[in-house]
Design a protein around this ligand. Structure first.
Ligand code: MSP
Length: 507
């Protein structure tokens, strides 16, 4: 029975078109999902859109349409990221779907029945863009610390979630599960926040009509974050398919931006505990993609559409940049020039040229098929290092480090060619030709492993290289660890030269 593996992205606010900040999390989740599938896991990879609340209600009003008209249109743009970026999500959830609304109502009732929701009066400073309250000292110059926009004073009678009661349990949970929030700096941040003391938060709104009604008091709607977080459970059958729910819950990884860490690592596990459900196994918070040092946002008008970069760099080039050039953890500045440089160096030169050189020589010197001969020289060890390196880094979600190990193998193959010079050997009689074939046999075998290990990040080029090596199917269908063992390339398979895998980009 394959191991279940469940990974999620945040569900995005469709008040706006998707930008590369959204695409970033989705591509990372996709690389992880692809990687786990190669290990034979039964992967659920969920993404979707967060469609209730004031933010959407106001965006719809501003455009003179109803909220559902707005989200029907804009949610589709997020769904379109899947074919655009070669994402392999197995589901796409919208919080306006009946399956979600029903699950949320069941969950709300369970938490209410357990006594963790009570009526109270709330007065607070609210940022509509964040859909969150802030205390006076969290504001920056009296404005929202994330958006820099004015906050609103809101007073309401509504229901409160008894977060304060979960302080101790959360601390105990994080003490006994140090891996549950990553990276460590984020874990410390979460622990610090909990230790300061938790206050109950209002989980319903009277004034917001665009939301899920509370089952016991339909005059109020559920606070959008309370509703949104539950998507992770409703998508896998909470309340409707208990067997499926038990199979995938608790989730393996919630990938989130650092701005929504508190919701995922404090509120969410407490909400789950209140309903007798297990907290997530890991919330991993990544940094922001910055443009000229600033976070992308609608107000700053510095958003970059994923399709624009895909047009210039291709899907693989796009994915490679975000997984290799950006560290998955800290903030990272994005620059077009740096993207071009990295693309040309790593993809056009190192990966693409190497594949072309080796295939060209093998076609010329070895009669167009994979030679029998092998040296089983230093490349076997280099391939082993790449595999163990990638495996270790993927455990930490260090994509840059992991795929870096694969590009180290590419560098080693290039160096091996320079050292052994099959083009010189080939001219040195029968013994030379045999030696050249053995060098090329090793290089082709190493290329097979490169294609295999690079396939979660550059799936198209990896599949094409796989095909040119005469291998059937797709590297994504190969199974680890066996497929990464040295010697898997069958002799006699037909080789193909083909066009450059990554044409250089001239600026
Ligand atoms: N709807 C909520 C999430 C609910 S999850 C139950 C939300 N949506 S969002 O569309 O505003 O943001 C979704 C994700 O995109 C967040 O993880 C956020 O950090 C990420 N990003 C938005 N802008 C970003 C960058 N500039 N850089 C990297 N990630 C960014 O929050």
């Amino acid at each position: 029975m394959p191991r279940p593996f469940y990974v999620t992205t945040p569900i995005y606010y469709p008040n706006d078109a998707p930008h590369i900040g959204h695409a970033y999390t989705s591509v990372a989740a996709d690389a992880l999902a692809r990687w786990r599938r190669m290990w034979g896991d039964d992967v659920v990879f969920l993404t979707g859109t967060d469609e209730h609340g004031t933010k959407i209600q106001r965006a719809a009003e501003a455009q003179g349409v109803t909220p559902i008209e707005l989200v029907d249109r804009t949610s589709a743009q997020f769904r379109a990221l899947t074919p655009l970026l070669d994402l392999t999500n197995t589901d796409f959830i919208r919080t306006t779907e009946p399956r979600h609304e029903q699950a949320v109502q069941r969950f709300l009732q369970a938490v209410y029945d357990a006594g963790s929701i009570e009526l109270g009066t709330y007065e607070g400073l609210y940022c509509v863009a964040c859909e969150a309250y802030y205390t006076e000292d969290e504001l920056v110059d009296g404005r929202c610390p994330v958006h820099g926009t004015p906050v609103e004073l809101v007073t309401e009678e509504n229901y409160f979630f008894a977060l304060s009661r979960f302080e101790q349990r959360l601390l105990e949970h994080y003490e006994s599960h140090p891996e549950a929030v990553q990276p460590t700096t984020r874990r410390n941040e979460v622990l610090g926040f909990i230790r300061q003391g938790l206050t109950d938060f209002s989980m319903s709104r009277k004034s917001v009509t665009w939301g899920i009604p509370l089952p016991w008091d339909p005059s109020q709607t559920c606070y959008v974050w309370f509703d949104a977080l539950f998507n992770y459970c409703s998508a896998i059958g909470y309340g409707s398919d208990p067997e499926r729910f038990d199979r995938y819950w608790p989730v393996d990884y919630h990938l989130v931006g650092k701005d929504i860490l508190r919701f995922h690592a404090v509120y969410w596990p407490a909400m789950l505990m209140a309903a007798g459900l297990e907290p997530p196994q890991c919330v991993f918070a990544h940094g922001w993609l910055l443009v000229g040092g600033e976070k992308m946002s609608k107000t700053r008008m510095n958003q970059i559409a994923p399709a624009d970069l895909v047009a210039d760099f291709g899907v693989d080039g796009f994915r490679y940049h975000f997984l290799r050039d950006q560290r998955f953890g800290p903030d990272g500045d994005i620059s077009y020039e740096a993207m071009v440089t990295r693309y040309n160096a790593d993809l056009a030169n190192n990966f693409g040229n190497l594949a072309n050189r080796v295939l060209n020589m093998a076609v010329r010197y070895c009669g167009g098929v994979v030679p029998e001969a092998r040296d089983d020289g230093p490349l076997a060890a280099a391939a082993e290092r790449a595999f163990t390196g990638l495996t270790a880094e993927m455990e930490k979600l260090d994509f840059a480090g992991g795929f870096g190990a694969v590009w180290d193998l590419i560098r080693d193959v290039n160096a091996h060619l320079e050292e052994r010079q099959p083009w010189t050997l080939e001219k040195q009689g029968d013994a030379g030709a045999a030696a050249a074939a053995a060098v090329l046999g090793d290089c082709l075998e190493a290329l097979r492993i490169v294609a295999l290990l690079a396939s979660p990040v550059i799936p198209r080029a990896a599949a094409e290289l796989w095909h040119r090596l005469g291998l059937p199917g797709d590297p994504a269908e190969a199974r680890l660890p066996g497929a990464a063992e040295w010697g898997g390339l069958p002799a006699g398979a037909p080789l193909e030269k083909g066009e450059p895998l990554f044409p250089r980009i001239e600026t």
